[in-house]
Design a protein around this ligand. Sequence first.
Ligand code: GLC
Length: 479
Amino acid sequence: MRKKVLFVASECTPFVKTGGLADVVGSLPQALSKNGKMEVRVILPLHQKIIADWQDQLNGVASVYVQVGWRKQEARLYQLTHQGIHYYFIGNDYYFARNTIYGYYDDGERYIFFCQAVIEALSVLDFHPDILHAHDWQAGLAVAFAKISNRVNNMKTVFTIHNIKYQGIMPKDAFQDLFNLSSEHISGLEWNGLLNCMKSGIFHADKITTVSPTYAEEIKTPYYGEGLYPMLAARQDDVIGIINGINLDEYNPTTDPHLSSNYTYSGINKKKNKELIQRKLGLSVDPEKPVYAMITRLVEQKGLHLVNAIIDEFLHEDIQFVVLGAGNYEFEHFLYHAAERNKHKLAVYLGFDEALARQIYAASDFFVMPSLFEPCGLAQLIALQYKTVPIVRETGGLKDTVTPFDETNGSGNGFSFSNYNAHELLHILKYSLDIYHTPDKWSSLLENVNKSNFSWNDSAHEYTNLYLSLDKNERLCRP
Ligand code: GLC
């Protein structure tokens, strides 16, 4: 009998995406279903964008009612099948018929409703999960409600932390306003006197995973643990780091339809992509010129303060730099002005465009990711897939996927630096340029990049083992 797993999440490709969470929820179920031991389905809120793009394929299944404080809210259930995976959606126009998926004053209430609706839905769906696997704070309360409601006999729970920075924190009044819980349950949902959705997931889940082994260690410390480290340290035996993979069929420079020149290895065809991007973005056209790239949300996490501090100095070198992304005004502003000062050397595209992103991955020689913290990071994996050398800070998944190039024995698939310090970044950028100009070293580095492979296979295997171990693993007491 295949184990049945229900993923609970707020976003998932190809339906809605704001970040890497959507990529993981969109690609891991396929990888898990491949080995025949698991059947994975996914439940999501029915966001406005999903109604707009997928209306024709959505089938109504049932309706359930959810008590949100004094209000009874209807949750309409829909389903569709896409590429062999079964998706369920929780529809409620009041909460989810909005232009964006986060960013509202009542986000907390919206996801409390969602999590309660997921648990209600379990009694009417034709799918009875053995394991409920919730992702990030938006789904944390589904784990808590599953445990508290006791309605779902023997169902095990897994909670995955994709980013501990965002915890879904609400004032304590929410307990009176939005829940009908007896007081004994409050402490499991509360942290420092506030309602904390991420803590609720961590507290109640049978197992807690996060998206890289290094991040699993980091979040147990005050620097990275965002206030929740004592909780994680208390449950350390149940906290597991499993590195994310990427869908290699989707991110494949040999077949990527967004590229005008497909390629398998770094070489002449990759350089054609460089010329194209140089022309498109107003850089001087020269396929030999080293191109450094960043494709990122423009937020503090991504190390933009470091880039701001050194970009002008690095641009004194004979290089080009390309940035694609959108985010905080502070960073958009500095990048815009840096590009004005460094015409034909620095190209900045403020916004997101999937086709352009793929063309930049393909065009560049180096991919820069100096993150302050990085639970896993998917962009460095995509870069490796496009034969582009990553330059990263040694944190979280960046540390687990990029091994620094070692000149003495030719090992390593990128460059890395340790401290969150702009001069360490500048130093490693300049060093990478030296290697670029030393042909034998550059070609051994590219050979290692060509061999890097971050498909989902190994990680799906680890999740499978984790799911299978849950049966044996009765958790008798909670911290
Ligand atoms: C979050 C993290 C990122 C990770 C992604 C998917 O966006 O910031 O590092 O790769 O989730 O797990």
